[in-house]
Structure formats: structure tokens, C-alpha cells
Ligand binder design. Structure first.
Ligand code: TRP
Length: 347
């Protein structure tokens, strides 16, 4: 069986370093591993509209922003198909047919939907489109017969629901759809990098994100004001690593080789952590090191982005071509689905 990846992002903002360690970095590795027959990455604009119906301009503006982030991180359109969800109208047809196989109570039990409803304050005025987006996400995945879906932990309930839909479809009609597997980030820190303020989630509204495309000066300021250990007042005080954002970010980004270049008094992160917990290592020094570590990773990405930004129409053309290719694949799956459902009267 072919190995096929599908994953995606909602275009509601530029991508930040949480996206980077949680998924982008991994996607580039998967792309370059040569182990997959197809890789599709979707800018999920239709899904973004399920809770941004009144803000289409935001979604539109972020299509090219997200594409720029993808390309500058190293996703290569020669190897990875980049597509825009709304162009593939077959996905909405699949969603409609799959909805017959899903109960309202099953959707109500989806923990991700539950917590998003709370976070967005929808209460009892939940848009139907939003409520049913797990079905549409199952369509995204199955249209491409994806075997592997690299996602963060928060998306596991979506995957579970997609798998249920596949099983239900295949047993009710015919074996057409493929059951996808989730591929989680390598560790917990990468799975959910907290905001710079120590709050559990990076979110634009909390102003605690470091964006991939942030100005280096802004990144420096954001790092300098990061939440550390409030009891670590003087340099000689012992410091705590618990909930200390600077060390959490170092866990996600630091490579031992970087000590030789930027802080040769330590060989590795463990030595630095030990010194910090013993006392005698000040926050400013750790923060400056983190800045260097982060910029080591982000500088090449930012340089590529600057180049790509000079020709945004060329970036949109990549998305257009990717979407056309994706539509062909989805159309084929839809034909098979309709055939299995006995609604192929005229072919
Ligand atoms: N729900 C995902 C997110 O919020 C985006 C997404 C849409 C997706 N369709 C998908 C992810 C299909 C994986 C597979 O980030």
C-alpha cells in the first residue's frame, strides 16, 4: 500500500515557533526522508471559516502568509503538494455523505470540539459548520487516502473520529476508504510549546507567541521578557527549571553543538541546567543564549522568507497548481465513494 501523508493548518495567523517544533520541522524531515509516496499539506481555509465566518479577510490574508511560512521552512513543492482546502469542492461533498454516518452525540463527545466551544464562548449558539468540522476533517484525510497524519496531540480526537467514519463507511458500503494513523511530535515539549508568558498555549490574543517571521529585535525583546523563576532574584540564588520558559524553549531548540559556539563554558544543556539549579547563573545570560540558539534556527528561514516575499504571486501559483493536483485525487475518491453508495446513476 502507498504511504501517503496529509496534514494541514488553519490560516488564521502567521505560524509561530510552536508550530515549528510541533509540526513544521517534522514535516520537512518526513518530506526529505523519501519514505512517502505522496505528501499533501493543506491550508484549511474552509475549516478556518467555521469559526471565522465574519472575518473572511483575515482568512484570505493568511493564505499566503502560511504558504510563505511553509516554503521558508523548507517544504518543497517538488516533493510536497501544497493545497488550499476550499478549492477542492469534492471535500464538501464527501463531508455531506459522511455526516450520515455520524451522530450528534458522537460529535458532542469529541473533546477537541468541546474545549474549542468553551474557548470560543459559543455556549448554545454553536455554528453547525463548526460543530461538524471533525466530519470535514475526515473528508480532508480520506479524500487523499492518507495513511499518516502528522498532528499535535490536540488533534487525536479528530483522527479517532476520522477512523470511525472510515470503518463505518467501509462496512456499510464497500472497502473504499483508508484508515489513517496519527503521527505525534517526538516529545511533550514539542507537542505543545507554551507561550513566552508560561501560559499553556501560544495564542495571538494572549500576545505570547514568537512568530517565525518576527523581526530579530522583537524576538530579542520577547525572550528578554520571558517568564522564568520568580524566586530567582539574585544570580547566586538557586533557580528552578519548573515552568521556566527559557529552559523549556531550550529543551525544544537547543543542540549541544551550539554551546561550543555561543557558550563554551558548558558542554551541553544538562550542565547549564545544573549550574542554574545550584545557583550562580543569571537569567540574562540564559536568555541571551536562547536568543542565539533560536536565531541559529530562524535566520535561514527568515532569509528565505524575505526572498519569497518578493514574489507572492509565484507563491500563490504554487498553491494553485497544488490545489489542481489535489482536486484530481479527491475527485477520484469521490467517484469511488459515490459508486459504493449506489449514487452513480449516470456514469
Ligand atoms: N484542524 C487542524 C488544525 O486546527 C487543521 C486541519 C484541517 C487538519 N484539516 C486537517 C490537520 C486534516 C490534519 C488533517 O490545525
Amino acid at each position: 500500500m502507498k504511504k501517503i501523508i496529509l496534514t494541514g493548518d488553519r490560516p488564521t495567523g502567521r505560524l509561530h515557533v510552536g508550530h515549528y517544533v510541533g509540526s513544521l520541522r517534522r514535516r520537512v524531515e518526513l518530506q526529505n526522508s523519501g519514505e512517502y509516496d505522496e505528501i499533501h499539506i493543506m491550508i484549511a481555509d474552509a475549516q478556518a471559516l467555521t469559526d471565522n465566518a465574519d472575518n473572511p479577510e483575515k482568512v484570505k490574508a493568511n493564505i499566503s502568509e502560511v504558504a510563505l511560512d511553509y516554503l521558508s521552512c523548507g517544504l518543497d513543492p517538488e516533493k510536497t503538494n501544497l493545497l488550499v482546502q476550499s478549492y477542492i469542492s469534492e471535500l464538501t461533498e464527501l463531508t455531506f455523505y459522511y455526516s450520515n454516518l455520524v451522530t450528534v452525540s458522537r460529535l458532542q463527545r469529541n473533546p477537541t470540539v468541546k474545549s474549542e466551544i468553551q474557548m470560543r464562548g459559543f455556549h448554545s449558539s454553536i455554528p453547525v459548520g463548526f460543530f461538524t468540522y471533525p466530519i470535514s476533517q475526515a473528508a480532508d484525510i480520506t479524500a487523499f487516502k492518507a495513511t499518516t497524519v502528522p498532528v499535535g496531540e490536540d488533534q487525536l480526537p479528530m483522527l479517532e473520529q476520522a477512523r470511525e467514519i472510515v470503518r463505518s463507511f467501509n462496512s456499510t458500503y464497500e472497502e473504499v476508504l483508508v484508515e489513517p494513523q496519527a503521527l505525534l511530535p517526538e516529545n511533550r515539549i514539542c507537542s505543545r510549546l507554551p507561550g513566552t508568558d508560561g501560559k499553556a498555549k501560544m495564542s495571538k490574543s494572549l500576545g505570547n507567541c514568537i512568530y517565525l517571521s518576527d523581526d530579530p529585535e522583537d524576538i530579542r525583546k520577547k525572550i528578554m521578557s520571558m517568564f522564568t523563576d520568580p524566586n530567582h532574584i539574585r544570580v547566586e540564588d538557586p533557580g528552578s527549571l519548573e515552568g521556566n520558559m527559557v529552559f523549556i524553549y531550550l529543551d525544544a531548540f537547543c543542540r549541544d553543538e551550539l554551546f561550543a559556539e555561543y557558550l563554551p563554558e558548558y558542554q551541553n544543556l544538562q550542565e547549564m541546567k545544573d549550574h542554574y539549579t545550584r545557583g550562580g547563573l543569571g537569567d540574562v545570560k540564559v536568555k541571551k543564549f536562547l536568543y542565539n540558539v533560536l536565531m541559529e534556527e530562524l535566520s535561514p528561514i527568515q532569509a528565505r522568507r524575505k526572498e519569497l516575499e518578493k514574489d507572492v504571486p509565484a507563491v500563490m501559483e504554487i498553491l494553485r497548481e497544488g490545489s489542481i493536483a489535489a482536486k484530481e485525487i479527491a475527485a477520484k475518491t469521490l467517484d469511488e465513494v459515490k459508486h459504493a453508495m449506489r449514487i452513480d446513476y449516470f456514469v
